[in-house]
Design a protein around this ligand. Structure first.
Ligand code: TMP
Length: 210
């Protein structure tokens, strides 16, 4: 069995973590060995990087610092978790990856996309998703969904215009790479959203018997 890498992307409150966890359970029930993971923060060093990235105390962090922290987290994640799991033939479901860096630091913060792609290539070292599910949602609806979650992090505190640029960035990536990136309307019920996601996953992972 070959390793398969699938990523989930979208703005704040788009439901990525719920949907990707449902996908993980679904694939495990079909007999796949599945790892569910996320960026930033799912390694030992990554946890500390995530804390720095999200802490509102670093309100004035320079965009390049933010970018390099995201890439440092990715390098740890790829080398310690994702690549080894793929080598073992496992299915890796990842909540956020390269497209988030393009959308947030590129489109959101306005950093040069070509420069981002070049450093990203170093960080991910050849690892690339076969399928990306983009959960698309109106920015205000997403932020509203997240508002009950308590204190806002450094990204949630950004103005609406920033989140609109991020959403536009994701859409632009999806338009350029329609084979890899599948857009799912996340404004519907979780069951309706997951039914569509499941069908997309079934197309590349029909069964888990071998
Ligand atoms: P999360 O809320 O989905 O766990 O993600 C934490 C925040 O990190 C989210 O606001 C998006 C941001 N982020 C970036 O800005 N660039 C990146 O490359 C990644 C992976 C996340």
């Amino acid at each position: 069995m070959r390793g398969v890498f699938i990523t989930f992307e979208g703005i704040e409150g788009s439901g990525k973590s719920t949907v990707s966890k449902m996908a993980s359970k679904y694939l495990a029930s079909k007999g796949f060995k599945v790892i569910h993971t996320y960026e930033p923060g799912d390694t030992a060093a990554g946890k500390e990087i995530r804390r720095i990235l999200l802490d509102p105390v670093h309100e004035d962090m320079h965009p390049v610092t933010e970018l390099l922290l995201c890439f440092a987290d990715r390098a740890e994640h790829v080398h310690h978790l994702i690549a080894p799991a793929l080598k073992m033939g496992e299915v890796v479901l990842c909540d956020r990856f390269t497209d988030s860096t393009m959308a947030y630091q590129g489109f959101g913060r306005g950093l040069d996309l070509k420069m981002l792609r070049e450093i990203d290539a170093v960080a991910r070292d050849g690892v690339w998703p076969e399928l990306t599910i983009l959960l698309d949602l109106d920015v205000r609806a997403g932020l509203q969904r997240n508002s009950h979650a308590g204190k806002k992090d450094r990204f949630e505190m950004e103005e609406i215009a920033f989140h609109e640029r991020v959403r536009g960035g994701f859409s632009s990536i999806a338009r350029k790479e329609p084979e890899r990136v599948k857009v799912v309307d996340a404004s519907r019920s979780i069951d309706a959203v997951f039914a569509e996601v499941r069908a997309l996953i079934d197309q590349i992972l029909p069964d888990g018997s071998d």
